[in-house]
Design a protein around this ligand. Structure first.
Ligand SMILES: C[C@](O)(CO)[C@H](O)COP(=O)(O)OP(=O)(O)OC[C@H]1O[C@@H](n2ccc(N)nc2=O)[C@H](O)[C@@H]1O
Ligand SMILES: Nc1ncnc2c1ncn2[C@@H]1O[C@H](COP(=O)(O)OP(=O)(O)OP(=O)(O)O)[C@@H](O)[C@H]1O
Length: 285
């Protein structure tokens, strides 16, 4: 099989605390990642001339900076692969929204090309490679809902009940690096456990900072809070709220102001990418 279309799901951070900082400036986090059954779609076609090119991609992201292209080049180099790839990215996940779109796209390319190119790298090796592309990439490589520590790479798989969420993008692009450098950010959260999270402890420390910097996010938070408890994912700008049913979410979206984008999705413990990979036949050299 020389062409493969694979999902690249979005993630939510159900809470996000910063517990400290590493010597290199990166922040130590505690967070809970779940995947959504909503995401981008990536089509990979093998080339026999070593060339890696993106024929369709995210608007405004230059080809060389695209995390899909960077992931493919990194794998090609590390695995010493003489094949190339044509990459098509169908974007659905809003960019700069805290839904991890770029990271998920990168993980899908790493796993997809590891399969198509028959590189034979293990999941552990791919997660290490992924971390070189971004702190959020390893969870998408491993593909299981997880309690995360470190910079997000120390992952303990968890199984949570599937839940419906309404997700709102308030039309604002929040640059992650800028938020991590905000002096108002709480960086000394006492460590918590999954049990204390379930007992109601846990918030997103970026939320007050993002609300202050981006009034549109604050307005959207107030709007969504009318229906259910609204929370920021990642470093924003997207907000989510847990709802009882898909239909409840669709009713909320009927009232969504025109300038915002929203969707309803279910959380899943196993990423749609993992589920798809498990159905593929083994390829032999
Ligand atoms: C906010 C989260 O989305 C939560 O899942 C992630 O921590 C961010 O992960 P990401 O987008 O993959 O972030 P990266 O591309 O690795 O880092 C972007 C920038 O954010 C800052 N950064 C990121 C992660 C982290 N634990 N500490 C940081 O200080 C660094 O300045 C870095 O240069
Ligand atoms: N394939 C890609 N898809 C989206 N963004 C990409 C991609 N490749 C590179 N980028 C760059 O990454 C930036 C962040 O995009 P992304 O959608 O991953 O943000 P995010 O969801 O806030 O990420 P996170 O939750 O990991 O902080 C974009 O503004 C864009 O410049």
């Amino acid at each position: 099989m020389q062409t493969l279309t694979l999902p690249a799901p979005a993630k939510l951070n159900l809470f996000l605390h910063i517990t400290g900082r590493r010597a290199d400036g990166y922040h130590l986090l505690q967070t809970l990642f779940v995947f959504l059954d909503f995401g981008d779609e990536i089509t990979l076609s093998v080339r026999d001339d070593r060339v890696i090119q993106r024929s369709v991609g995210a608007v405004g992201v230059p080809e060389a900076a695209d995390l899909t292209v960077r992931a493919a080049r990194l794998l090609q180099q590390v695995a010493g692969c003489s094949l190339g790839a044509d990459i098509q990215v169908l974007k659905r996940i809003p960019m700069g929204g805290g839904l991890g779109g770029g990271s998920s796209d990168a993980a899908t390319v790493l796993l997809g090309l590891n399969y198509l190119w028959r590189c034979g790298l293990s999941t552990d090796e791919l997660a290490v490679l992924g971390l070189r592309l971004g702190a959020d990439v390893p969870v998408f490589v491993r593909g299981h809902a997880a309690w995360a520590e470190g910079v997000g790479e120390q992952l303990t798989p968890v199984s949570l009940p599937d839940a419906w969420y309404v997700v709102i993008h308030p039309g604002v692009h929040v640059p992650t690096a800028e938020l991590f450098s905000d002096s108002g950010l709480t960086r000394d959260c006492p460590p918590i456990t999954l049990a204390t999270f379930h007992a109601g402890l846990g918030r997103n420390v970026f939320q007050p900072v993002v609300e202050k910097r981006y009034p549109e996010v604050a307005t959207a938070l107030r709007w969504l809070s009318r229906y259910s408890n609204a929370v920021l994912t990642g470093s924003g700008s997207c907000l989510f709220a847990s709802i009882e049913s898909k239909q409840d979410g669709e009713i909320i979206l009927q009232n969504l102001p025109d300038q915002w984008f929203g969707f309803v999705a279910s959380s899943v413990n196993t990423s749609p990418l993992q589920r798809k990979l498990l159905t593929l036949p083994a390829l032999h050299n």
